[in-house]
Design a protein around this ligand. Sequence first.
Ligand code: FMN
Length: 341
Amino acid sequence: MTWLERLYPVLKPWLFRLDAESAHTLTVKMMVISHKLGLIQSVAPAAPRAPVECMGLSFPNRLGLAAGMDKSASAVEAWAALGLGHVEVGTLTPRPQPGNAKPRLFRLPEHDALINRMGFNNPGIHSAVKRLEKRRTKAVVGVNIGKNFDTANDAAVNDYLYCLKAAYPVADYVTVNISSPNTKGLRDLQAEEAVRGLIGALKKEQASLQQEHGKKVPLLVKIAPDLNDMQIEALARVFNEMALDGVIATNTTIDREAVAGHALAGETGGLSGAPVRERSTLVLQAFRMLLAERIPLIGVGGILSGDDAREKRRKGAELVQIYSGLVFRGPALIREVLAVD
Ligand SMILES: Cc1cc2nc3c(=O)[nH]c(=O)nc-3n(C[C@H](O)[C@H](O)[C@H](O)COP(=O)(O)O)c2cc1C
């Protein structure tokens, strides 16, 4: 165990005394400073090198940071130095926006869970692109894109096209987020006809950007865990038809059954961490059975141990991502997951 892994359990009770969003902001600031001072590099676990080819990209390993942790692409190098093989930044929207009123992030430590209703607080796609132009990391960087809160659903395609064009030169892959529960109506874009129109337009744009930039940037869709069987079948049908490059399963859940009775269970937003694990893995497995073999899946939702990551791999995930697990387990989780093939 490195002293970085030992440090987190000591810091955690102090961080957990702060409200969840302040603790998050402080931790990311500390990481960026530690990275600038060369401290993370000297103490981070030597990541086992197990490169994986996926979607035409070479990932240093199978583990990545899920979207939402680094919404502004401000700490990509630091995350990579911790051993993560890919970092998904965002969600980014065309224009900057402040997100919902605070408090908007809650811890449910008894369940190893978080509830958030951040609402795509982000500095806008151009700010992130500027930062990514200067990146020096070997980690794969995904750019997760969404629509502004005040863009109507029938104009949403313009927001996604705008972000795709802006991100294309600097992104290794682009994720279309249509599964956040915190932007009104966003999940309606998962309906069959809506998704066909949206992905059709984005795939067309991807083809012309490929010509223009001489590189193919894979296009992925991130889906919700709260889809029923019919919705899953419809989405898989569209993804196969459109030759989508990958699917990320899943975002947070609006279901509260697993945390019923908790004082914070009634907070509006998406639930993540241990309570979403089972549903998220079921949705992953269902997509694996329905999607064409050449469309890879990235498994995310409730990974708090190496065994959880192994289960996602067994159910069809090529790559995995973590968010809540990092809050509750710290960097020790990274080494544990990297040990899983
Ligand atoms: C505070 C918070 C903010 C998030 N923001 C985003 C986001 O902006 N875009 C997105 O696609 N997913 C977002 N997510 C969802 C995560 O990427 C992930 O899909 C989800 O939390 C399940 O993984 P976990 O159980 O490992 O946390 C967010 C999650 C949390 C907890």
